[in-house]
Design a protein around this ligand. Structure first.
Ligand code: FAD
Length: 347
């Protein structure tokens, strides 16, 4: 038998942020991942402190960004990769009323410093935006695909990754220690995304799940280095490639790209992108969304050494470092979780 402080089930954004807590605190761990969920790897990866539908602040945006940006910078340095791209996000206005709403929102103290007070005029003939744009400040994009593939490679090199399905029925409980296959482990963290539905210990948590699809297009004539938010996002990736997304589907829980979503994205993007383009990729994943749009974090009601780290919803890039720190403090320092994120609000 081998000894380890933690097993983490899953290697998406939630797990990576928690692994970094463990590494910073010299805890030993092993990660199980079977690549059954795709949410983190297909994500557009945007971080943005503003809800662009309502022009309001994202829940705990300041606290989240204060933890997330240094964490991604640390990972970039340690793994020698570039994943955090600072990005201008331009919200396309469709009317004078929308412009006015933007400028009154930019006066709110909670949004100060996040919404530019200047109207950005469109000068690109390939874009239809006669009412101009509002610019979001302090936004960016994390290349989640590169983050996950590089982080998995790092875990592999350090013998901390088991690339297989974690079988919940094989857990054995003995006093304060759990045995799982050839591991003696103190705590297990389930960071399974929508895969938690197969987890007998936490399957009852109210995760709704929202499937999202993204197209990657090649548009040589578009020539923009900023993201546009209209009824869909257009996000520059470099080399004339852009991600167009995403859709929201609460019925289908598969990771399979669909023709319906493709048609929806094409119809929406053609309203404001006028140049020709070709589709070069199409991906899908299920976001771990919750009823009350808050994460689901905490301890199992009977088994004191089983924990859940889930419910990151549509904003895993920003939320994962924040909730990982909260969970670590609960486990190692017995700090109480905010009731807003504690899974026990539903159990
Ligand atoms: C189309 C789309 C666009 C998005 N865009 C953005 C965006 O721009 N910005 C943003 O912040 N967020 C975005 N999101 C949301 C973001 O991706 C999620 O919040 C985040 O990925 C959730 O991470 P997670 O680690 O909780 O779950 P997942 O990414 O689902 O990771 C769970 C992992 O657990 C593994 N697993 C599950 N069960 C088991 C098991 N029994 N054994 C072994 N492994 C298991 C899975 O294989 C998976 O690797 C987007 C999501 C989608 C689908």
């Amino acid at each position: 038998m081998k000894e380890v402080d933690y097993i983490i089930v899953g290697c998406g954004l939630a797990s990576i942020a928690f692994c970094e807590q463990l590494r910073a605190n010299n805890k030993s761990f092993v990660v199980y991942d079977d690549a059954s969920q795709k949410s983190s790897i297909v994500a557009a990866g945007l971080y943005n402190p503003v809800i662009l539908k309502r022009f309001s602040e994202v829940w705990k945006a300041k606290e989240q960004l204060a933890l997330a940006l240094p964490l991604y910078a640390k990972i970039e340095k340690e793994l020698d990769i570039h994943i955090d791209y600072k990005l201008r996000i331009l919200r396309r206005f469709t009317s004078i009323q929308e412009q006015n709403k933007w400028f009154s929102a930019s006066d709110k103290p909670s949004l100060e410093g996040y919404l530019s007070t200047k109207l950005v005029k469109n000068t690109n003939l390939e874009i239809d935006a006669s009412f101009g744009f509002g610019e979001v400040l302090h936004a960016g994009r994390v290349d989640t695909e590169l983050l996950i593939t590089s982080y998995k490679a790092f875990l592999r090199r350090t013998n901390c990754l088991e690339e297989t399905t974690f079988e919940h029925s094989k857990i054995q409980f003995e006093a304060d220690i759990i045995t799982y296959r050839n591991w003696n482990v103190s705590q297990i963290i389930f960071a399974e995304g929508f895969g938690v539905k197969q987890n007998p210990f936490f399957k009852q948590i109210p995760l709704t799940g929202s499937k999202g699809e993204i197209l990657t297009i090649k548009a040589p004539d578009l020539n923009i280095d900023y993201a546009i938010k209209s009824s869909v996002f257009v996000i520059p990736l470099g080399n004339d490639l852009y991600n167009v997304g995403s859709t929201y589907n609460n019925e289908d829980k598969s990771n399979t790209p669909t023709d319906d979503a493709k048609l929806e994205l094409l119809t929406k993007v053609k309203i404001f992108i006028k140049c020709d383009f070709t589709i070069v990729n199409h991906v899908a994943g299920v976001r771990p969304t919750t009823k009350d749009r808050r994460p689901l974090v905490g301890r199992h009601t009977e088994h004191n050494n089983l924990y859940v780290l889930n419910g990151l919803g549509t904003r895993g890039v920003m939320i994962s470092p924040y909730v990982s720190e909260k969970l670590f403090r609960l486990i190692e320092h017995n700090e109480t979780l905010d009731s807003e994120i504690d899974v026990n609000r539903f159990l």
